[in-house]
Design a protein. Sequence first.
Length: 312
Amino acid sequence: MAHGGYQGWGPGNGQPQGGGPHPYGPQGGGPNPYGPPQPGPYPPPQPYPYPPQPVRRRRSGCALFFVSPLIPFIRSARRRAEAIFNQPGAGRVADPLVTKVQLGRAIIGAAASLLLVYTYGADDGWSGVANDGVVKLILAPLLLIFTGPLVVLGFIRYAPAAQRRVLRSRLRAPLKAVAWYVGILVGVVLVLAGSALVLKQNYGTLVNGLIALALLIGLVWLLPFLLFASAYAARYAFNTSNVHAALPAALTVVLVWELMLFSVALEGGLPYGPPAAQWSAVLGGPVSVTAVALWELHRMRTRHGVRIRTHG
């Protein structure tokens, strides 16, 4: 191909090859052999239909900022309470079906109680309901401490004479759990009383501030520990399953009826509502708990061979 001629990309020296017309039309403008320009595959950007809004910060961040430092204390308190008051012994029977039934009964009972309160009301409203729950949570272990020994002694007395010594030798774990709980209560009371006395004294702003901070840190761990300890102590009846597998169920029956009597006495009578709702609110919990406990004892005897008179 000659130099300076059309080499595939354009004519040489501005002229078409062979002196003919320009293959793409006259220079300086002509019809485009590929047609008019086509739009691209994407539409042109459109203006945003809404004006920009100011960024709003979530208020939950502040709550999380104050709550997150407490989480390690709460977890530590829960683990320690569970280690003390949920000690599996040789006498405990692990039955997943019983656990599921107990959980279901608790959920249904709580929902029924809330429905009755929502329908007919309660003294002091929902705050009174919350306070009543906390009171019962602390009251349950105390009732077990005072009335539980009578049940345990009667249980041991009912057992065969050959088994009584074995059962008495297993009382160490429940007694240790009771001692722990009493110590927790005494510790919380002492910390609260000491806080009140110390802060009344004028040791200076810095010293009083440091003392208040130390006491606050102590209470941040002690109060959750007390609540978790109360829940585990009531749930596992101070590790009395180490003595006999049937003891927690028997103690639960006694405890739930005691709580019912104390609740009626503390509230000064029956709850609000028609008579049917009143008696359902008062007797629904104890009757359902007793039924589940009796079924649990029957299941222990028929499925696991646990008998009060023969279990060693």
